[in-house]
Design a protein around this ligand. Structure first.
Ligand SMILES: *[C@@H]1O[C@H](CO)[C@@H](O)[C@H](O)[C@H]1NC(C)=O
Ligand SMILES: *[C@@H]1O[C@H](CO)[C@@H](O)[C@H](O)[C@H]1NC(C)=O
Ligand SMILES: *[C@@H]1O[C@H](CO)[C@@H](O)[C@H](O)[C@H]1NC(C)=O
Length: 474
């Protein structure tokens, strides 16, 4: 029993980056950051765009699946836009392994727990699984040193104490669930090549054959069911019946689901409606969360930009919020490039901050067929030019009809009042002056995986839901 437990824990705390070539990861991360910013800029080029959210990792995964079967100019355009060429032939092995380690390990090791404990009675299984959860939470925050010791023997660390209190008070340790799933849906009359099907396994993907021509309705249902399952019902109905037509040949889908608790939860008691300034003169009333404490924070003087890091459970992922001190988000966006962003983020440090930030829920669907041509991926969607001969043998050349990504994101307190009361109590121990981080006007945000630097999500909050009123009216 003890050895089973140990084995499972090892899987949980395995260090993604340590098992892989650091240099390749750095190149992958650089490509991902460049693409994230390029894509962001393409979306904001449309002046009608308000809020934005997309997942660079999810889009890259979908395009990697396409790229495996693409040749010639079609492949080349993808390599350039997504920076696959920076890894000189090692893109798929590197991203594939990372994809597998980041998104599949936890699921598989969870399965292992139930398998290994199959001979225990149910209540024992529950106890085992509970204790694994506690240990996972406690040990995970020490993962950087790769040692498994009782947390109580470690030097006092307020973060760790908060984790422990969170658990004992609420029985609900902060956790992260992240999954990314890929699938190719092809016309059933297409003969998908064996080699392509094998290559797809690097992304855990497979090809489903559907009868688009004779049964579009059923095809839509199949795709929607898959996406719903892959996102644990967060995204129940991605396609509508008119999304597909009789000529549809190929649909590529990636579903990413990220559910994470804050490392420091916000107290629901402190959440109050406040004005969000859409412009200097127009406001929307929206609920704001509040928390004071030590955060990584910085102020970039050149462009009057505040940056705040909000870590998720165990600090494996963080959200970075970029808030211009004035209303000049455009100026920040104009200065946004990988070097500047990396430099700005390197300037943040532990600071006592009073954070006031809106709760928000975003749900965005993107059909990449509308966006990618603006970045330079064009042949793939052109019936005359697309070369997907590595994917299937067909009389008429295949081209991609749709690449769908849908992301839903909710930012909230994720903490009970009891839990927060404990944490607020601890905060009183730091009676210094606090920096104000008041995100009551448009800001940019991104969520990054700390170990690899990969950007998971990026977006902008420009206009929360609600009625727009004049600032002067009250
Ligand atoms: C994860 O589990 C799935 C299904 O059980 C399996 O096909 C896949 O190879 C596993 N991945 C790893 C990394 O073990
Ligand atoms: C990890 O080890 C380093 C050097 O031994 C030490 O300074 C650091 O505090 C350790 N981190 C944790 C979380 O124990
Ligand atoms: C951003 O990068 C550009 C190009 O390297 C540089 O000219 C500019 O000064 C940078 N902006 C800031 C605010 O650092």
């Amino acid at each position: 029993m003890a050895s089973t437990l140990f084995y499972v824990l090892c899987l949980f705390i395995v260090d993604v980056a340590n098992t892989m070539d650091q240099d390749d990861i750095a190149k992958l991360s650089a490509s991902n950051l460049q693409f994230s910013i390029d894509f962001y800029k393409t979306l904001i080029a449309d002046p009608a765009t308000e809020n934005i959210m997309f997942s660079p990792v999810s889009i890259t995964a979908a395009m990697a699946v396409v790229h495996l079967g693409a040749k010639g100019q079609t492949a080349k355009q993808i390599e350039e836009v997504f920076g696959f060429n920076r890894l000189e032939g090692k893109f798929h092995s590197t991203f594939g392994e990372l994809h597998d380690q980041m998104f599949n390990k936890v699921q598989n090791s969870t399965k292992k727990i139930s398998k290994d404990s199959s001979n225990l009675e149910d209540d024992k299984k529950q106890i085992l699984s509970d204790s694994i959860n506690v240990k996972k939470t406690l040990f995970d925050s020490t993962a950087e040193n790769d040692t498994i010791e009782s947390p109580f023997h470690q030097r006092f660390d307020p973060d760790k104490m908060i984790d422990i209190f969170e658990f004992f008070v609420s029985g609900d340790p902060p956790s992260i669930t992240i999954t990314s799933s890929n699938r190719v849906f092809a016309n059933k009359h297409v003969e998908v090549l064996e080699d392509y099907q094998k290559a797809l396994k690097v992304y855990g993907a497979q090809v489903d054959l559907l009868d688009f021509a004779n049964n579009p309705q059923k095809s839509v249902e199949s795709i929607n069911n898959w996406i719903s399952e892959a996102t644990e019902s967060e995204i129940p109905a991605m396609l509508t019946t008119d999304s597909l037509n009789r000529d549809t040949q190929l649909v590529i889908a990636n579903a990413l689901s990220f559910r994470a608790d804050w490392h420091f939860r916000f107290s629901e008691e402190n959440t109050k409606p406040k004005d969000f300034y859409v412009t200097q003169h127009k406001v929307v009333k929206t609920p704001f969360m509040f928390r004071e404490g030590e955060f990584r924070y910085g102020f970039i003087e050149d462009i009057s930009l505040q940056i705040l890091e909000l870590p998720y459970a165990n600090k494996k992922y963080s959200m970075y919020v970029l808030l211009p001190e004035n209303f000049d988000l455009k100026k920040v966006e104009a200065n946004l490039n990988p070097d500047n962003l990396t430099r700005w983020i390197s300037q943040i440090s532990n600071t006592d901050v009073e954070v006031t930030i809106p709760k928000f829920i975003l749900e965005e669907s993107l059909d990449l067929v509308q966006v990618l041509p603006k970045l330079g991926v064009t042949d793939l969607f052109d019936g005359e030019k697309a070369d997907l001969s590595g994917q299937a043998k067909t009389d008429i050349p295949l081209f991609v009809d749709q690449i769908l990504t849908k992301t839903s994101f909710e930012m909230n307190e994720r903490g009970s009042m009891v839990t927060s009361a404990v944490m607020v109590g601890m905060d009183y121990g730091i009676p210094f002056s606090y920096k104000q981080f008041l995100a009551d006007h448009p800001f940019l945000w991104a969520i990054r995986h700390q170990q690899t630097g990969l950007v998971l999500f990026m977006g902008r909050i420009q206009r929360p839901d609600g009625d727009l009123t004049n600032h002067d009216e009250f």
